[in-house]
Design a protein around this ligand. Structure first.
Ligand code: G16
Length: 542
């Protein structure tokens, strides 16, 4: 077709290596940056089609988030700021894997299947993280958008959640906020200031927070915000990208998986600390006690703090609405029990990937969703938002105060996706309002000791799972073997699943003691290695 001449010409500049196959994973395509040029160009094409299909602006974020600096990746953002819809993930995979001379056929096929009108305008927002490869890869995305005569806006260096926010603002015509980084700062800073302004007598010690920016984009963006926090939060920023390497021995994933503090943070006993990940969409908290023991407050503890706070406000405001917490199989057993049995909340479990949690959370008036790795947010139904707005206007006294707290909490939360900066400000506001220390927060429940390991196999797709990834169905015998091992450990639980962002199989185990959790994780790793085609030598005990 004549209208695809530009696509043909430009795609020659971004050739696909013959035979290379990639899958749209947990959060888009992700691999070594050297293998991504054609992927980016083609995702630019796909975004231009998706924009025409939805008659809305689409986002493309160039990032490999928590992965090493040498990797890169791409996440596509749908009109309301949510992750790309699953049907289009399939198109994305087909487009990326089409050999060079087949590209137009696949493109035409998507256009036909979705009845896309090519005369429609297409608008795409593009953002990137701080990786050295991100500049050239985002150029490839822009090339793809232009080749299909789409309009693009390059936001340059932004966190992933900032780009999600911008897409949503644009498509709601400013109702969600102003589609700029400044608009994002202003919305969050104002809500934080409102939430904390009546909190009495906080000492500087209580306001101090040590932040590990993972040497990434989150650090750059937080640094821009800090002077505007008006002394309500005193941030000391570490791993800010000025010397260290992205995600190397720092960042939320390192802290969560290794269960230790990042290198380069100057942390004293009792200091409240948090870590972002490489693209600023995850956060975990931690501190060390007087005996030097490390305490992690992960996504489960964050979900507990936030849902307890919101539930109390709802009750005080006299709003009887449906609230749930959404978790994955990684959620610590103690957190699930606490939320269900003590808090009497509905708890749902989904597959890994915020895209899955997000959709379940949408079914409730308040859906608090967090993965244990610190990736999560809170969704509010339109009905609830309207009720809060009316209460703020029509009520007085204590009810009005509570409604205003709820309104400012809604404004502070980035509802499009997990957002380290927004989550951090909300957590800090809650701790301040409740006069709570990090130790008191930690003491809400005690985590079961747990361990995560990775196993290299020749093809991780041999592992197939069911029951929200809590059980395997293949290879044969694996689940029975895991069940047999789990039985030997008090309060034991373990599951395995193929990662969607790294070429590994992930192993999770929890048990009554750390020794037992470590042993169970190791035993399960060995079974995976033997039954699922392990490579690179048997996993060793820790
Ligand atoms: C992405 C997803 C998360 C998921 C994580 C790990 O995070 O957005 O929802 O938990 O990958 O996925 P997997 O275990 O499949 O590798 P990020 O922060 O890396 O984009």
């Amino acid at each position: 077709m004549a209208q695809f001449e530009e696509v043909s010409k430009k795609s020659e500049l971004h050739p696909k290596p013959v035979g290379m196959v990639q899958q749209y994973g947990t959060a888009g395509f992700r691999t070594h940056a050297d293998h991504l040029d054609h992927v980016m160009f083609r995702m630019g094409l796909l975004a231009a089609l998706r924009s025409r299909n939805t008659k809305a602006t689409i986002g493309v974020m160039v990032t490999a988030s928590h992965n090493p600096e040498e990797d890169n990746g791409v996440k596509l953002i749908d009109p309301m700021g949510e992750m790309l819809t699953p049907v289009w993930e399939v198109y994305a995979t087909r487009l990326v894997n089409a050999e060079q001379d087949h590209l137009l056929t696949v493109l035409e096929d998507v256009i036909e299947k979705e009845s896309i009108d090519l005369t429609q305008e297409a608008h795409v927002f593009v953002g990137k993280d701080t990786r050295s490869s991100s500049a050239r890869l985002s150029e490839a995305v822009l090339d793809g958008v232009t080749a299909l005569r789409g309009h693009s806006k390059d936001y340059g260096l932004v966190t992933t959640p900032q780009l999600h926010y911008m897409v949503c603002c644009c498509n709601t015509r400013g109702e969600y906020g102003q589609a700029s980084v400044e608009g994002y700062y202003r919305k969050l800073l104002q809500a934080f200031a409102e939430l904390t302004k009546h909190v009495p007598n906080r000492t500087d010690d209580q306001k101090c927070l040590l932040v590990d920016g993972a040497n990434g984009i989150g650090a750059l963006k937080l640094r821009e915000m800090v002077p505007r926090l008006q002394g309500e939060l005193l941030v000391s920023l570490f791993c800010d990208g000025t010397s260290g390497k992205l995600n190397h021995q720092c960042g939320a994933d390192f802290v969560k998986v290794q269960q230790k503090s990042p290198k380069g943070i100057d942390m004293k006993a009792g200091d409240r600390c948090c870590s972002f990940d490489g693209d600023g969409d995850r956060i975990v908290y931690y501190y060390s006690d007087a005996e030097g023991h490390f305490h992690l407050l992960d996504g489960d503890k964050i979900a507990t703090l936030i849902s307890t706070f919101l539930k109390e406000l709802l009750t005080q405001a006299g709003l009887d609405l449906k609230m749930a917490v959404v978790q994955t199989a990684y959620a610590n057993g103690s957190s699930t029990r606490y939320l269900q049995d003590t808090m009497k909340l509905i708890v749902k479990c989904t597959k890994t990937g915020v895209k899955h949690l997000h959709h379940v959370a949408q079914e409730f008036d308040i859906g608090v969703y967090f993965e244990a790795n610190g990736h999560g947010t809170v969704l509010f139904s339109k009905v609830l938002e309207e009720k809060i707005r009316r209460l703020c206007k029509d009520s007085d006294g204590e009810r009005r105060r509570v409604a205003t707290l709820l309104k400012n909490s809604v404004d502070l939360i980035n509802q499009t996706v997990g957002d380290a900066i927004s989550d951090m400000l909300l957590i800090e506001a809650i701790l301040a309002i409740r006069g709570m220390t990090v130790q008191q927060w930690d003491a809400i429940y005690t985590d079961l000791p747990n361990r995560q390991l990775k196993v290299k196999v020749s093809d991780r797709r041999v592992i197939e799972t069911t029951d929200a990834e809590r059980k395997t169905v293949s290879p044969a015998g694996l689940q029975e073997a895991i069940d047999g091992l789990v039985e030997k450990h008090r309060q034991g639980r373990s599951f395995v699943r193929p990662s969607g962002t790294e070429d590994v199989v992930r192993v999770y185990a929890e048990a009554e003691t750390q020794e037992s959790a470590d042993a169970l994780a190791h035993e399960v790793s060995l079974v995976v290695y033997r039954l699922a085609g392990g490579v690179g030598g048997e996993p060793k005990p820790l």
